[in-house]
Design a protein around this ligand. Structure first.
Ligand SMILES: *[C@@H]1O[C@H](CO)[C@@H](O)[C@H](O)[C@H]1NC(C)=O
Ligand SMILES: *[C@@H]1O[C@H](CO)[C@@H](O)[C@H](O)[C@H]1NC(C)=O
Ligand SMILES: *[C@@H]1O[C@H](CO)[C@@H](O)[C@H](O)[C@H]1NC(C)=O
Ligand SMILES: *[C@@H]1O[C@H](CO)[C@@H](O)[C@H](O)[C@H]1NC(C)=O
Ligand SMILES: *[C@@H]1O[C@H](CO)[C@@H](O)[C@H](O)[C@H]1NC(C)=O
Ligand SMILES: *[C@@H]1O[C@H](CO)[C@@H](O)[C@H](O)[C@H]1NC(C)=O
Length: 782
């Protein structure tokens, strides 16, 4: 009996200390485990329901969870003396609380012809292990005892039952304790065989079933077994390595392909809300990255104390046929088993198109609804395509479109939807799962150009979608999840056609000259002064062109000269910005090419002091200079992410995970980008030169062998065009290719890094300074 106790202790220790189970998951997609609403199955109180868990998927249609309850009292048909025989329950995965006991054995302890009891089934822990493949279920009772010699001693040899369809046979080759079931064979680790030396025994399943003779001994022709050890190894439990985790608490490591790792820690202590430690148990789901390395860990924590949450774990394989792997956790201390369902992952492909992309304000081909006003319009077309295995056949999305998104709150939106005259549009869209895309086309129009000034900033159209989760639940309430790797928004840009030639890029040539009607001014006088300003554009259209005059402290602005035939009456406004006073006059939007504007501005210079020897006016023509640095085509395949929005940035950083590199392997990363040509075709950019620079670096973040290297390798390299290239050359070179090569010899991980820098542009300011006395060459005297 001491042996029974020792073995029982080991067995229990085995399960309770730490249980590591390795599974191949078909897909490493467990970010979708629904840990918020698991299904809980409960068994008879005190039965240790959940001590073992497995899945049963006989014909890939009927799906059940098998839960062992090794201390269950069975409702035997024939009255028997057996107490706490142990049982295996079958639970339909989609209905909690409806587990039924699977009938394996309800017979009483067998006796020999002399009436002596040969079997002892009470407390045999039937159901302590349950395994299943295909339509086979193997369940074992490791503490089953029987009497051999003279019926005086009882040996805990263990026994198993194998069920295939309606056939149930006992399988106890020389009395077994552990279990394993492969495709066609049963593998048993028998710590009890040959006096506790331990042995692995394997038999053909069909033979186990066909040869079953209801006797104590069944001969098998096809049995494989390990040699039992010599006498000196008695009591070493060699058979136990089938349950490798019992003795040294180390997981069994082998060079598997991609696999996920489940670790149950049933004695895990959590700090409760009151700050006290509570033993609740935890299960760790490590997502395999290849080899024996793992991504992030998902932690599932038990809720009941001392319930041994995680004492058994099992990946249920693709239980609900949706292509994802569910997970069941046994909580035998609470007589429960908890099923975590994998949420179906929906990947969405969204597209957004604008046509035409250059809007001609003169091409008024649409009519505003309810009016006769014609407007310039364009088409916005968006499509959504959804693909989610196991998700409902029709999915509901809310789609939100925003026009002219770069113009934030309060600013005038230059384009509006034709049907509602609003810049926003929302739609509840139904998309057929795994079908063609669902699309919608909308008309939008450009408002009258007298209502806005900015014709240069691109008009961005923003689309955003979200899944209506409520209607996407399956009949058990399981919600799908959107693939986290695809963005849920798209932006496209349109431009307004400018008066700037075929390329729609403006190259104005602005000139400014000023003449003063007074050469001298006098202290104490009002000194009325008229500046005759000539502004000329010899190039293409200049948008939002302004004449800005910064006033000296001695002068005040009186107004624009109006009573002259030759001078234009510009509209000018006086502004005070901080301590600086300026007069801003509108030269036109655009100030067309070939325009020459002559205007007169009147000032009075009356606050002269004796220190003043000159009075300086500062005149400038300003126009919008669009400092746009655009990286287009932000699409990253594979494992790359951009750390910024794919928008107007001077420098964009892209990070890529290369993953594990085996010896001799290399990883080459090609990054193609398109330069925003318009940036370089700007007139002010024409005579400048540019450097396009990329910096790439890699860093190894992990080695499979710790301690070999004190520092992990990293390196950085930069590439730059050898000679500064004039802007127009860059503009023509529409495609800039960057090659980053990061090669590592040893087995290592590394990380790529891509940077792009361009020098900022100067602003486009034509300057001329006017000093009233420069022509007179005389200082003002009082
Ligand atoms: C099983 O039955 C025996 C005797 O009726 C009782 O003592 C024991 O507590 C029961 N065990 C469970 C787990 O219900
Ligand atoms: C999305 O759809 C477009 C057009 O239908 C197609 O060209 C593209 O390859 C799709 N992208 C993905 C990731 O499926
Ligand atoms: C879309 O559906 C949601 C809820 O189902 C509703 O609140 C919303 O108003 C709907 N939006 C449109 C544009 O119909
Ligand atoms: C667009 O989607 C990306 C990726 O999902 C997200 O990071 C970004 O914040 C979204 N942009 C907006 C404006 O919502
Ligand atoms: C006004 O002064 C503040 C602080 O000195 C400065 O940041 C800002 O640029 C100034 N504005 C103008 C228009 O000069
Ligand atoms: C560019 O340089 C050429 C010749 O050097 C000159 O004629 C032209 O005006 C310059 N253009 C600009 C926009 O500065």
């Amino acid at each position: 009996l001491t042996e029974i106790q020792t073995m029982a202790k080991h067995l229990i220790c085995c399960w309770i200390w730490a249980l590591v189970a390795l599974f191949y998951f078909q897909q490493a997609l467990s970010f979708n485990l629904d840990s918020s609403k698991p299904t809980v199955f409960a068994g008879p109180p005190g039965s240790y329901f959940g001590f073992s868990v497995a899945f049963f998927n006989p014909d890939n249609k009927r799906l059940n969870i098998l839960v062992g309850a090794p201390r269950a009292n069975t409702s035997d048909q024939t009255p028997s003396t057996v107490t706490e025989r142990g049982a295996v329950f079958s639970c339909p995965w989609d209905k909690s609380g409806s587990c039924t006991q699977i009938e394996f054995d309800s017979t009483d302890d067998r006796k020999n012809s002399k009436g002596q009891q040969m079997e002892f089934k009470s407390n045999q822990w039937f159901g302590a292990t349950v395994r299943s493949t295909g339509d086979h279920i193997l369940a074992c009772a490791p503490l089953y005892q029987w009497s051999t010699y003279g019926f005086s001693e009882r040996e805990p040899v263990g026994t198993c039952f194998l069920k295939k369809g309606n056939d149930i046979v006992e399988y106890s080759p020389c009395r077994s304790s552990m279990y394993m079931i492969t495709k066609n064979r049963v593998v048993i680790g028998g710590p009890g065989s040959f006096y506790w030396q331990g042995q692995l025994i394997s038999d053909d399943i069909t033979e186990v079933i066909s040869r079953y003779n209801k006797e104590f001994f069944t001969p098998y022709s096809n049995q494989l077994s390990t040699k039992s050890a010599g006498a000196q190894y008695d009591d070493n439990y060699l058979g136990k390595p089938v349950c490798v985790f019992c003795f040294d608490n180390k997981p069994f490591i082998s060079p598997f392909r991609k696999m996920d790792l489940l670790v149950g820690a049933p004695l895990f202590m959590d700090r409760g809300s009151d700050g006290k430690l509570r033993e609740v148990g935890q299960v760790y789901v490590y997502l395999g990255k290849g080899g024996f390395t793992f991504n992030n860990v998902i932690k599932l924590t038990g809720s009941e104390i001392y319930a041994r949450y995680g004492s058994s774990v099992c990946s249920l394989g693709d239980l609900n046929m949706d292509g994802y792997n569910d997970l069941i956790v046994g909580v035998f201390g609470a007589d429960k088993a908890v099923l975590y369902r994998a949420r179906p992952v929906i990947s969405v492909n969204s597209t957004l198109d604008i046509s035409p992309q250059i809007l001609n304000p003169e091409d008024k081909s649409c009519t505003l609804p309810g009016t006769t006003t014609t407007v310039s319009c364009f088409t916005v077309k968006y499509c959504l395509k959804a693909n989610g295995k196991g998700a409902p056949s029709s999915l509901h999305f809310q789609v939100d479109l925003t026009l002219d998104r770069l113009k934030h709150k309060g600013a005038i939106k230059r384009v509006l939807f034709l049907h509602n005259k609003m810049p926003h549009y929302s739609k509840n869209m139904t998309v057929s799962n795994r079908q063609g895309p669902a699309c919608e086309e909308l008309q939008a129009y450009l408002i009258d150009d007298s209502e806005f000034r900015d014709k240069i900033t691109p008009i961005s159209v923003f689309m955003e979608y979200s899944l209506d989760y409520k209607t996407a639940a399956d009949k058990t309430g399981l919600l799908p999840i959107l693939d986290q790797s695809t963005p849920t928004n798209v932006t496209k840009q349109a431009h307004i056609l400018l008066d700037c030639g075929e390329d729609n890029i403006c190259k104005p040539d602005l000139k400014l000259s000023v003449v003063s009607d007074q050469k001298e001014i006098y202290i104490g006088d009002d000194n009325p002064l008229t500046l005759e300003v000539t502004a000329e554009n010899a190039g293409e259209g200049a948008y939002e062109a302004d004449l800005t005059v910064t006033l000296p402290s001695q002068a005040d602005f009186i107004g624009v000269v109006r009573n002259s035939e030759t001078l234009s009456r510009l509209s000018c406004a006086f502004k005070k910005e901080n301590q600086t006073r300026v007069v801003v006059c509108d030269l036109g939007n655009p100030m067309k090419g070939g325009t020459k504007i002559i205007t007169g501005l009147r000032f009075s210079v009356h606050q002269l002091s004796e220190q003043d020897t000159e009075v300086k006016f500062d005149l400038q023509i300003q126009r919008v200079a669009l400092h746009q640095y655009a990286m287009h085509e932000c699409k990253y395949n594979g494992l790359c992410v951009s750390t910024q929005d794919c928008g107007n940035t001077e420098c964009q950083e892209i990070k890529c995970w290369v993953g594990r590199l085996e010896k001799g392997q290399s990883a080459i990363l090609f990054i193609y980008s398109r330069l925003a040509v318009s940036t370089f075709l700007k007139a002010e950019s024409q005579n400048k030169s540019y450097n396009v620079r990329s910096t790439a670096s890699f860093s190894v973040i992990e080695m499979p062998y710790k301690n070999l290297f004190s520092e992990l390798p990293t390196s950085t390299t930069s590439v730059k065009n050898p000679q500064p290239v004039p802007g127009w050359v860059v503009a023509l070179a529409v495609l800039a290719g960057l090659l980053l090569l990061a090669l590592l010899i040893f087995v290592m991980y590394k990380m790529g890094f891509f940077k792009r820098v361009r020098p900022p542009q100067d602003d486009s300011i034509e300057k001329e300074q006017l000093q009233p006395q420069e022509n007179g060459d005389r200082n003002t005297e009082a």
